[in-house]
Design a protein around this ligand. Structure first.
Ligand SMILES: [Zn+2]
Length: 354
């Protein structure tokens, strides 16, 4: 144990050495060579993903809540470099992990029978230490029994419990990707500049905020989604919550029309079979008082083939499931309360494992 930590410490020192800058050209070239060879392996954490997600969301509530202005909007190049580093790191590339921003670290931890990788704004001991609030990302190495599925929680804090539900789906369904936004959707006042309006941040209907990862293509969360959409064949499940006059679940492929084929229809049937009531967008929904079908959702638009997801719909829907849920369906299961367990079980029944 002590040797392993010493070894890890030495590697971390090496990583930090690479980030030093120098004006001495000769010294720089030595550092460049070391850069090419450097690795920043994940820090082994003896913690559960559930506990970490709870700690991160609690901290987010203190620091990146509605009106906090805490969320840092990156430039497009910084956003894309971050997304590439996160996806590479989560794919096991310990060299690319050295390119993560200083506030981000990669970790490995046990999740069920497997070890997973995590990229998050945690200090080296696993405590929340966010600076940019760009989100929390995890991966599971593909293996027999894992599911090529990306589980997304774009609205922590606002869509109460969806981070914990997403974590449960990721762990219990042995999904391969987990994406959670880093701030409340109303954290910043600035507008996302994308299609659509909402009353989510209070007052009259207003443009979506730049901190709203489901409606801002400037967000690292969107860029990571896009990277996974391009580089994998995995379907996406994006979990939301609402307090409208809706069935327990309102399910959509975000196209605005209903299709009987594909994972959206299968997941709808699987949830319904376990008890909760289900509304289907394009089949009687949206309607007055229950209107959240995700047609402005930028992740859905991108995966449906839009190259301008901020302002243009896609053309080929079906790979992303947009799931809206009343509070009861996203409660943490507790004794007699099934909460989100029917959703977890429906996901396991719907998405085929490897
Ligand atoms: Zn939402």
């Amino acid at each position: 144990m002590s040797f392993r930590w010493f070894f890890l410490g030495a590697l971390l020192v090496a990583c930090h050495a690479n980030q030093e800058s120098t004006h001495d050209g000769r010294k720089q070239s030595v550092l460049d060579i070391r850069d090419a060879e450097a690795t920043c392996p994940p820090i082994a954490l003896n913690a559960s993903l559930d506990d970490l997600v709870h700690a991160i969301v609690s901290n987010m509530g203190l620091k990146a809540g509605a009106g906090s202005d805490a969320y840092v909007v990156p430039s497009p190049s910084v956003r894309d470099a971050f997304a590439a580093s996160v996806v590479s790191t989560l794919s096991g590339d310990t060299h690319k992990a050295c390119g993560l921003p200083a506030s981000y670290r990669s970790f490995s931890l046990h999740d069920g029978a497997e070890d997973i990788l995590l990229v998050a704004e945690l200090d080296a001991t696993g405590h929340p230490a966010p600076q940019s609030f760009w989100g929390t990302y995890a991966s599971r190495r593909p293996a027999p029994g894992t599911r090529a599925l990306v589980v997304e929680a774009p609205h922590p804090l606002f869509d109460k419990n969806t981070p914990y539900e997403s974590r449960a789906v990721f762990s219990e369904a042995r999904a391969e990707w987990f994406l959670m936004a880093g701030a409340h959707r109303c954290a910043n006042e600035g507008s996302a500049g994308c299609d659509g309006t909402t009353t989510a941040c209070g007052g009259d209907s207003a443009p979506y905020r730049e901190s709203d990862t489901a409606h801002a293509t400037t967000s690292p969360f969107f860029a990571i989604h896009a990277e996974l959409s391009r580089s994998t064949d995995a379907p996406f499940l994006q979990l939301h919550g609402n307090a409208q006059s809706c069935p327990d679940a309102l399910i959509s492929d975000a196209s605005g029309t209903y299709s009987d084929a594909g994972v959206t229809a299968r997941l709808a049937a699987a949830i319904e079979a376990r008890g909760p009531s289900v509304g289907r967008c394009g089949l009687g929904y949206p309607k007055t008082g229950c209107s959240l079908c995700g047609t402005d959702n930028v992740e859905a638009r991108m995966t449906a083939g839009s190259s301008q997801a901020c302002t243009e719909k896609g053309t080929q829907y079906g790979r992303l499931v947009h799931l809206e849920q009343r509070p009861g369906l996203r409660q943490i299961p507790d004794g007699g309360t099934p909460g989100y367990q029917p959703v977890v079980d429906a996901v396991i029944a719907t998405f085929t494992p490897r």
